[in-house]
Design a protein around this ligand. Structure first.
Ligand code: FAD
Ligand code: EPU
Length: 344
């Protein structure tokens, strides 16, 4: 089979793989038509936004369907602004747009690459806030029934880097996301890098600027260096296990979860395996943030990155008995690969 369509510019890891076909949908009707055409031929389809949370391991034998449904529709009442946003809008452009329109609420989520449609899938989060806190609903197309369904925020079952959609991507395509931003805005400054700010004299624009500065210092720009942000999720462990760890590592950073469990920093665990800056062929660990794997010269293969990830996984497992799980989705020749097959 011939693969004509290059995917290098469609994934932020800059992996140089090819697909059999690439199509772009600008509305729900064409999106469904494209999907049905491929489905009827028995070919796999991968819906893609900005390609900033995936790792291609090999060429893709099916159709890459770029969701580019656009539109930002804003209404307001006394209490809140409501935004109905097309899945194909760029998340960061949406944040900038709201800041310019003096609509606060998205500032902590500045500079996250990718599209609005992917935001609910892993419940994007950064600097003290998650999408779940501002999401009112998610509109999807059920590809099998061809019906449009609205999931309320509660129905999305958002959790840390998780939602009802994460494991249902063969069935649902996100087409619009509804956000609700309160007029009675309160700054969220609980992230350590923001806690020095004065909560009584701060604007959303100022927070936006601080977040941008922190991110530019810590995270590599995918334009220059291939990466997909944090490769692994921060592990959440039970209190008993945490107590054992605290005895051996009293300085380990940790965060209490609502359910009483403890979230650890995967970056800290990786750094304490002395892996920061480690180079593995063309793949490497970002020297300024150990949780980020990089394709330094943009010539690494997906399997090189995955091999480094596996090395990190094994090192952390050996030292701490903690089994990291990837946040990034691994894509094989005909679709997503269950990470449990690799990270066991
Ligand atoms: P893609 O990579 O295109 O897709 C991800 C998955 O979602 C794929 O399985 C795809 O099939 C599916 N998908 C995409 N769109 C749709 C749709 N409309 N309907 C159904 N399925 C769909 N994430 C955070 O949470 N917080 C951060 O702070 C953060 N920082 C980052 C920094 C950098 C430098 C990078 C490169 C990434 C970062 N990320 C972060 C990860 C990433 O940006 C987010 O997960 C983002 O939401 C992914 O969007 P995307 O459009 O690129 O998704
Ligand atoms: N740390 C280290 N060494 C490192 C990296 C981190 O010791 O190399 C420790 C430090 O103690 C630091 C703590 O880990 O204080 C937390 O680090 P950081 O604030 O950079 O956040 P993170 O937990 O590594 C998470 C998200 C990021 C998000 C930031 C900011 C995950 C998997 N990652 O990273 O999201 O931007 O918090 O809120 O939850 C992404 O998902 O792709 C992503 C970039």
């Amino acid at each position: 089979m011939k693969y004509h369509f290059r995917l290098k510019s469609l994934n932020t890891f800059s992996i140089n793989v090819f697909a059999k076909n690439i199509v772009t949908a600008h509305n729900e009707h064409t999106l469904l038509q494209f999907w049905k055409k491929a489905y009827n031929k028995g070919e796999p389809v991968l819906i893609l936004g900005g390609g900033s949370n995936i790792l291609f391991l090999e060429n893709y034998i099916g159709t890459i369907l770029l969701n580019r449904i656009k539109g930002v529709f804003i209404t307001e009442n006394k209490i809140a602004w409501r935004l109905h946003v097309g899945a194909g809008e760029r998340w960061d452009e949406l944040v900038v747009y709201t800041i310019h329109k003096n609509i606060p609420g998205l500032e902590n989520l500045a500079c996250i690459p990718g599209c609005v449609g992917a935001a609910p899938i892993q419940n994007i989060g950064a600097y003290g806030i998650e999408l779940s806190q501002i999401c009112e609903y998610v509109d999807v197309i059920d590809l099998y029934s061809e019906k449009k369904i609205r999931f309320t925020c509660a129905e999305c079952d958002f959790k840390y880097r998780n939602s009802i959609f994460r494991d249902c991507l063969k069935r649902y395509v996100v087409v619009f996301v509804g956000l609700r931003l309160l007029k009675n805005w309160k700054p969220i400054l609980n992230y350590s890098g923001l806690s020095h700010l004065n909560k009584y004299h701060i604007t959303s624009r100022q927070i936006f600027n601080v977040v941008r500065r922190i991110r530019h210092k810590k995270l590599p720009d995918p334009v220059l260096v291939g990466n997909a942000g944090s490769f692994f999720k921060n592990p959440i462990i039970d209190i008993k296990m945490a107590a054992c760890l605290f005895q051996n590592y009293p300085n380990i950073p940790y965060y209490y979860q609502k359910d009483g469990r403890i979230k650890l920093s995967a970056g800290w665990l990786i750094e304490h395996c002395r892996l920061k800056g480690c180079v593995f062929g063309e793949a490497a660990i970002y020297p300024r943030q150990a949780l980020v794997l990089i394709n330094t010269r943009k010539i690494a293969t997906g399997t090189e990155i995955a091999a480094l990830a596996l090395y990190v996984y094994n090192k952390v497992a050996d030292k701490f008995k903690i089994y990291l799980q990837p946040e990034v989705r691994l894509i094989g020749s005909n679709g997503e690969i269950n990470p449990k097959k690799l990270f066991v």
